[in-house]
Design a protein around this ligand. Structure first.
Ligand code: SAH
Ligand code: SF4
Length: 351
C-alpha cells in the first residue's frame, strides 16, 4: 500500500528516504515542502531530483482534504466543508482579525461530530462520527492557508467540531506539528474544552504554553449537568480546581466561554456566581449569545433562545463591575451557519 506522507512522522519520512538510498537531507527538504511551503504533491517539490520524485510518486502519496464547499459571509468570515479520505466531512471557519484585513484566525475541528451531547450545540446533537488523525487536523490549516494566500492565518483555535481533549493523542501531535514544523507560536493557539478534567492537567504537561479555553456555560451543577452532560462526571468544583491549577505564564489567561441562554443561565444571580467561581483565576470571559441552528432530520423547534440585548449587557456589566474582562462575542458567520455551535457536517457519501 502507498504510504501517506502527510500522515508519517518526521522519523518515518527520514527512514523512508534512507531506505531509497537517498541522502538524509532530502527528508528535511520534503518535510519543509509539506509543512512550510504547503505542498500538496511531490511534483511541486521542484528542488528534488526528477528520479526521486518519480520514485516517491510510485511508493507514496500526500493525502489532501477535499474542499466540498466554501461559503463566505457578509461579515468576512468563511466556512469550509472538507471531505476526508473515508468520506466523512468536517468544517473549519476562518474569522477575520479585527486588525489587519489580510489576517485571520482559523477555527478547526478535532473530531467529526462530538460525543459530549451538549444540549445547545449542533455538533453535539449529532453525536460522534470519529476522531480525526493529527494530519487531518493540521491539513485544515494547510488547506485553508493555500486557499486564502497571500492572506494568512495568525491564530488557531480548536473550537470547531469535536471535543479536542477526547482525541488527546492526535490533538497533541497536531499541536506539535503546528508549532515545531509550521512555526505557529504556542501563544497563538487555543484549545477549548467542555471540561474533561483529567486531560486538562495532561494538556499542560504534554503541550505546555498552549492557551486553554473552557466552555463553562453555567454556574450551578444542576444547570450545567442539564445542558452539558460532561458535568455529571466532572462537576464544577473539580473543573474549577483544574483551572486553578493550570500553569499560566505571565500575562496569560484562561478564556471562559459562556453561551448565554435566555432564562437558563443569564440571571443576575448567575453573573454573581460566575464572578465567585472565577475568583483567583487569571481569566477572560467570552459571552456568546446563543446561536440558533437547525438540523435536517430533527425537530426544528429551538430548545433555547438568545437573551434580549438588555439582559446580555446587564450580565456583562456585573462581570465588569467585579473587575473581570468580559467580551460579548459578536456572532460571526451566522448567515452561513458558521457561528459557534452551528457546525455540523453534511455526511456525503462519495462512493
Ligand atoms: N468541544 C469544545 C470545543 C468546541 S468550542 C468545547 O465545547 O469547548 C465550541 C464553542 O461554541 C463552545 O464554547 C460552546 O459552548 C459554544 N457553543 C456551542 N453551541 C453554541 C450555540 N448554539 N450558540 C453559541 N455558542 C455555542
Ligand atoms: Fe461537543 Fe463542544 Fe459542542 Fe459540547 S459544545 S457538544 S463539547 S463541540
Amino acid at each position: 500500500m502507498k504510504k501517506n506522507f502527510r500522515q508519517l512522522s518526521e522519523e518515518d519520512i527520514s527512514r523512508f528516504i534512507e531506505s531509497t538510498g537517498q541522502k538524509p537531507y532530502r527528508a528535511k527538504q520534503i518535510i519543509n515542502w509539506i509543512y512550510e511551503k504547503l505542498a500538496c504533491s511531490f511534483d511541486e517539490m521542484t528542488d528534488l531530483p526528477k528520479d526521486l520524485r518519480d520514485e516517491l510518486n510510485k511508493a507514496a502519496y500526500i493525502s489532501n482534504l477535499h474542499l466540498l464547499d466554501r461559503q463566505i459571509s457578509i461579515d468576512g468570515s468563511q466556512k469550509f466543508l472538507f471531505g476526508l479520505e473515508d468520506g466523512e466531512s468536517i468544517e473549519s471557519v476562518l474569522i477575520p482579525n479585527v486588525r489587519g484585513r489580510d489576517k485571520f484566525t482559523l477555527c478547526i475541528s478535532s473530531q467529526a461530530g462530538c460525543a459530549m451531547g451538549c444540549a445547545f450545540c449542533a455538533t453535539g446533537r449529532q453525536g460522534l462520527r470519529r476522531n480525526l488523525r493529527a494530519y487531518e487536523i493540521v491539513d485544515q490549516v494547510i488547506s485553508v492557508s493555500r486557499i486564502i494566500a497571500p492572506a494568512y492565518i495568525t491564530n488557531i483555535v480548536f473550537m470547531g467540531m469535536g471535543e479536542p481533549l477526547n482525541n488527546f493523542r492526535e490533538v497533541v501531535d497536531a499541536l506539535r506539528r503546528l508549532t515545531d514544523l509550521m512555526g505557529f507560536s504556542k501563544r497563538k493557539i487555543t484549545v477549548s474544552t467542555a471540561g474533561v478534567v483529567p486531560k486538562i492537567h495532561e494538556l499542560a504537561e504534554k503541550a505546555p504554553e498552549i492557551n486553554l479555553a473552557v466552555s463553562l456555560n453555567a454556574t450551578t451543577d444542576e444547570v450545567r449537568s442539564r445542558i452539558m452532560p460532561v458535568n455529571k462526571k466532572y462537576p464544577l468544583k473539580e473543573l474549577m480546581k483544574a483551572c486553578r491549577e493550570f500553569p499560566l505564564s505571565p500575562f496569560r489567561r484562561i478564556t471562559f466561554e459562556y453561551v448565554l441562554l435566555d432564562g437558563t443561565n443569564d440571571s443576575k444571580e448567575d453573573a454573581l456566581r460566575l464572578v465567585k467561581l472565577l475568583s483567583g483565576i487569571r481569566s477572560k470571559v467570552n459571552l456568546i449569545p446563543y446561536n440558533p441552528y437547525s438540523l435536517p432530520d430533527q425537530d426544528t423547534r429551538q430548545l433555547f433562545r438568545k437573551p434580549p440585548e438588555k439582559k446580555i449587557h446587564d450580565f456583562q456589566n456585573i462581570l465588569h463591575k467585579a473587575g473581570l474582562t468580559a467580551i460579548i462575542r459578536k456572532s460571526m458567520g451566522a448567515d452561513i451557519a458558521a457561528a459557534c455551535g452551528q457546525l455540523k457536517a453534511r455526511y456525503i457519501d462519495e462512493k
